[in-house]
Write a protein that binds this ligand. Structure first.
Ligand SMILES: Nc1nc2c(c(=O)[nH]1)N[C@H]1C(S)=C(S)[C@@H](COP(=O)(O)OP(=O)(O)OC[C@H]3O[C@@H](n4cnc5c(=O)[nH]c(N)nc54)[C@H](O)[C@@H]3O)O[C@H]1N2
Ligand SMILES: Nc1nc2c(c(=O)[nH]1)N[C@H]1C(S)=C(S)[C@@H](COP(=O)(O)OP(=O)(O)OC[C@H]3O[C@@H](n4cnc5c(=O)[nH]c(N)nc54)[C@H](O)[C@@H]3O)O[C@H]1N2
Ligand SMILES: [Mo]
Length: 891
């Protein structure tokens, strides 16, 4: 519709407000209680305008076609100005000290010509609450607009805040009114970001000096939030979410938003190190590079190229991963390159490819906005992908049904219509049971099944042979709950499946993915406009991209098989030399090969294998067995400690390139900081190593690297830095520069050879380890909100004030049986190793099961986890380890 704002005619969509029309006209109008991320409240009266004949609050008044809006109407302007004056009359003068760009109130005062004389200076003395490391409250600046409360409720969904007191005394309080840090606040920063006065602020913004801002993509998890990094004096002052960002829409979590001080930690690696005897000592780049070049060359000449392997980094950019695999395949001549997708979602890549044709999630995150039923399996997004967790929570509060399949009572499980608290390792039995009910009760999209799938009968036969009560027994859930879950999913119009490592990190992880994909196929909810598809919550910031770029032992960029001679020839023509055709080693095979002597050199970029890979004692032996280990990291990781040469890398805040997030979006990464000391980007480091070996890898800049990749890879052919800068994030497949990327996959057919999706009839098979008399408990490992993977970054931030260490969660009945109480040290023993942890007694875990994270070296959890892996992909069975628990410490 058309709206006239003063003299300007603007077009706004149906449902737009008068304020939207004002913004569309590019005009300025203070609106102190308004935030576009929130439902309008219309309480502050600072956005009064004349619309037609009436005086209205622009933020709550719907626009109508032909409406005439007058911003400069004298009555409207005077009334609004008085409203602002009334607000400021209760504030101390320092409310005006903030720079205009950081305070909407300051801007509103400027708009209405209000000066310090209007401030009473008297008023409140309600004091500060600086108890929380990141969220700082100055109560006397609070104008009770309610935006913080609404952010916490409507965006984050935590409901930690409320306005308390009456009239003049009204102020925001967190939790039950005690210190902020003791409240349920999860540190998403939404309240700080929305506050119009600076009453809520954060450490780096209490300093009023100016900052420069760079927009980039978060380097923590795979959600891929767009962030504005504000820099002062060469360090990050603050990071805030970019408001109209496509993925996070102005929301963030405690890691991306606040956990940035690692970037200037005193112990960042700033110079190369070489081993002299037992010691790693600082050296020059020249010496480090010539050592690497000499050792790699001599090992290759003596033992052949397959004696060298590389683990590339899902923390690094696409361009860096592209260059790393090009280096290994051309300069060394082996395909033995892998990335941490192996430990994580390799079963998703394999399973989704087998079912549908491509190795990515099928639908965009935004489809959660229209789903009426979410099946969340083996994922804990409230902690591991908080922006997604919050979105699911909002959907559920808006009426969508929620089925959670997880052995633990996670936050979302406690909100679910049905929580199937299935025993770890029982996924295939559970999904097949749900499939059985869907088939038996006819919750099927028969046309879809007939026209677009194969092997339905195999599945139907398999599930018919498996009784429901048998599945219920395997999973230790009620058969009635399986039926209820199936009915909720079966009756939904727009079902969405969202899943995580609870499905993949198993001995039969790929089977789990396929059995889950079956459910989408039965309902026709993938590759159709109605369905919301299936979304793996990929883990690392660029784990999707590392695999997309071919940091895999069997696949070149864009999932093109190394075994395909025609593909190899195409790459060889561009790269100028033949490529090895034999698939290389996967990560677990690399360690075995090191111990057997076949592998002599390992080059590790940004992965702390000695901490994060399973059966850590074995990994350490493998690193020691290698003749030569190179490690590129931003800190001296456990792996770096065992290396022969350590190279100081730049962090994501210091890099130029792209990441691919969990819903297949290429997004730009831009340098906000200069790498400290002599550290350099992984891109530069790989180039330098190649040059030291006399090899020119071409593609001098990250933009050139992506361009070269695009020229060789049909599914990325339309992508370039230039285009991403101009248009913003793009989904792959993106085949041509003039067409948009594909947010929803398979609308015109599946990417399988016959164009049909394939059902999989996979029987339940038991996990690699099951509890027995000697090891009677099942250990589950996973994540916590405040820390990230090995903790190398988050443990170097004030997140440690919020979560200083790790504990072993166990059920009260087990605690009673073992005679342990909260805080007692317990020794956990598996067939593979031992660890000591403090006990945390909670009903969030089931009897017989215990849970802990792997974020803290003191917990040494991966000494316990086993070498069992997924049969198809080699993904470790991190989610099931049989353990014994003894009261007391082993130390
Ligand atoms: N805060 C934080 N966020 C992170 C990370 C982090 O370390 N910290 N890491 C990032 C990375 S690399 C990844 S891959 C993602 C992982 O994100 P998620 O996959 O959500 O993480 P996890 O906590 O490892 O496991 C998810 C859930 O699986 C459940 N589970 C365990 N076994 C089973 C089972 O047999 N069946 C079912 N149905 N469920 C099971 C666990 O109880 C757990 O709640 O998170 C990313 N985001
Ligand atoms: N028990 C148990 N173990 C697990 C899991 C589990 O669920 N349970 N999950 C597994 C999963 S899913 C994953 S993804 C892995 C993660 O395991 P890792 O990948 O080992 O862990 P991260 O802490 O993400 O970071 C790896 C290293 O990269 C460094 N780094 C960060 N940014 C950069 C950079 O830009 N360049 C370079 N060169 N280095 C950088 C960090 O300092 C760190 O040392 O852990 C696995 N381990
Ligand atoms: Mo991961």
């Amino acid at each position: 519709m058309q709206v006239l704002v003063e003299e300007a005619s603007v077009t706004v969509p149906d449902g737009a407000t008068v304020l939207d029309a004002v913004h569309a006209a590019g005009a300025d109008l203070p609106a102190l209680c308004h935030d576009e991320r929130l439902s309008p409240r219309g309480s502050c009266r600072t956005c009064l305008v004349r619309a037609g004949e009436r005086l209205v609050a622009a933020c709550t008044t719907p626009a109508s076609d032909g409406l005439r809006v007058r911003l400069n109407d004298p009555v409207a302007r005077q009334t609004a100005g008085e409203a602002v004056e009334l607000i400021v009359s209760e504030l101390p003068e320092r409310a005006l000290d903030l720079p205009a760009e950081r305070s909407e109130l300051v801007r509103a005062c400027a708009h209405f010509g209000i000066t310090t004389s209007s401030f009473s200076g008297a008023g409140h003395e309600r004091g500060l609450d600086h108890s929380h490391p990141y969220v700082k409250l100055d109560r006397d600046l609070c104008i009770a607009c309610g935006r913080c409360v609404a952010m916490c409720a409507e965006v984050q969904g935590t409901f930690a805040l409320e306005l308390t007191g009456r009239g003049f005394d009204t102020v925001v309080t967190a939790g039950d009114g005690g210190p902020w840090v003791s409240s349920p606040c999860v540190g998403c920063g939404g309240c700080v970001d929305s506050c119009p006065t600076g009453a809520l602020s954060e450490p780096g913004l209490l300093d009023l000096r100016p900052t420069t801002t760079t927009t980039t993509t978060c380097g923590y998890c795979g959600v891929g939030c767009t962030l504005d990094v504000h820099v002062r004096d060469g360090a990050v002052a603050a990071i805030t979410p970019t408001h109209r960002a496509p993925v996070n829409r102005g929301h963030a979590c405690i890691k991306g938003r606040f956990a940035h001080t690692f970037s200037r930690a005193d112990d960042r690696l700033t110079a190369p190190l070489v081993r002299r005897g037992d010691q790693l000592v600082e050296t020059t780049w020249d010496e480090a590079l010539s050592t690497i070049a000499n050792r790699l060359t001599s090992i290759r000449d003596e033992h052949g190229p397959d004696a060298i392997a590389m683990i590339s980094s899902a923390r690094a950019t696409n361009e860096e991963n592209y260059l790393a695999q090009k280096f290994l395949r051309t300069a060394i001549g082996t395909n033995s390159i892998d990335n941490c997708s192996r430990l994580c979602h390799s079963p998703s890549a394999a399973g989704l490819t087998a079912s549908f044709g491509l190795a990515g999630g099928t639908n965009p995150l935004d489809d959660l906005d229209r789903t009426d039923c979410v099946l969340l399996a083996g994922a804990n997004p409230s902690e591991a992908h908080p922006v997604v967790g919050a979105r699911i929570k909002q959907r559920v509060m808006a009426g969508a049904r929620l089925i959670v399949i997880d052995p633990r009572r996670t936050e979302l499980a406690s909100l679910a219509d049905v929580h199937l608290q299935a025993r770890p390792g029982s996924n295939v039995a559970v999904f097949n049971a749900i499939a059985r009910v869907l088939i038996e009760e006819g919750h099927l999209d028969r046309d879809f099944i007939e026209q677009r799938t194969t092997s339905f009968n195999d599945l139907a036969q398999l599930v018919q042979e498996n009784r429901l009560d048998h599945a219920a027994e395997i999973a230790s859930v009620r058969a009635a709950d399986l039926v209820e879950a199936a009915r909720l999913f079966g009756r939904a119009q727009h079902p969405a499946i969202v899943y995580g490592l609870g499905i993949t990190e198993h001995a039969h992880g790929t089977d789990g993915v396929r059995a889950l994909a079956n459910l989408a196929l039965l309902r026709g909810s993938v590759g159709t406009p109605k369905g919301c598809g299936i979304l793996p919550l990929r883990g690392q910031n660029n784990v999707q991209g590392a695999s997309d770029m071919g940091a895999l032992p069997d696949l070149l960029p864009g999932y093109q098989p190394v075994t395909d001679a025609a593909v190899r020839d195409r790459f060889a023509a561009r790269w100028g030399g033949a490529l090895p055709g034999r698939p290389g080693l996967r990560i677990p095979q690399m360690f075995d090969a090191a111990i057997s002597g076949e592998l002599r050199a390992l080059h590790v970029i940004g992965e702390d294998v000695a901490h994060s890979d399973p059966n850590a004692n074995h990994v350490r032996s493998a690193l020691r067995a290698c003749d030569f280990v190179v490690c590129q990291d931003i800190f001296l990781s456990h792996t770096a400690e065992l290396a022969d040469v350590v190279l100081p890398a730049a962090s994501f805040l210091e890099k130029d390139g792209t990441f691919v997030n969990f819903d297949r979006r290429f997004q730009r990464v831009r340098p906000a900081l200069i790498p400290p000391g002599q550290s350099a980007t992984d891109f530069t480091i790989v180039h330098r190593i190649a040059e030291a070996m006399g090899v020119d890898l071409g593609c001098r800049t990250p933009a050139e690297a992506l361009a070269e990749c695009a020229s060789l890879t049909p599914i990325f052919a339309g992508l370039s830095h230039q285009r991403l800068d101009a248009e913003g994030p793009l989904h792959w497949p993106c085949q041509t520069p003039d067409r948009p990327g594909s947010a929803v996959l398979y609308l015109n057919g599946f990417a399988t050879p016959d164009g049909r999706a394939a059902f999989a009839a996979r029987p339940y098979l038991p996990p690699g380890e099951e509890p027995d008399a000697q090891y009677p408990y099942t250990l589950i490992t996973g994540r916590r909100l405040e820390h990230y993977n090995t903790g190398s970054m988050t443990r170097r931030t004030q997140n440690t004030e919020l979560l200083p260490g790790e504990a072993l969660e166990l059920h009260p009945s087990d605690a009673a049986h073992l005679g342990v109480v909260e805080g007692t040290d317990v020794t956990v023993t598996s067939r593979w190793g031992q660890a000591t942890l403090a006990a945390h007694v909670t009903r969030d875990v089931a009897p017989g099961q215990v849970f802990t994270s792997f974020h803290f070296p003191h917990a040494a959890v991966n000494r316990l986890t086993s070498p069992h892996t997924d049969a198809v992909t080699g993904c470790p069975e991190y989610k099931v380890t049989a353990v014994d628990i003894g009261a007391g410490t082993s130390r």
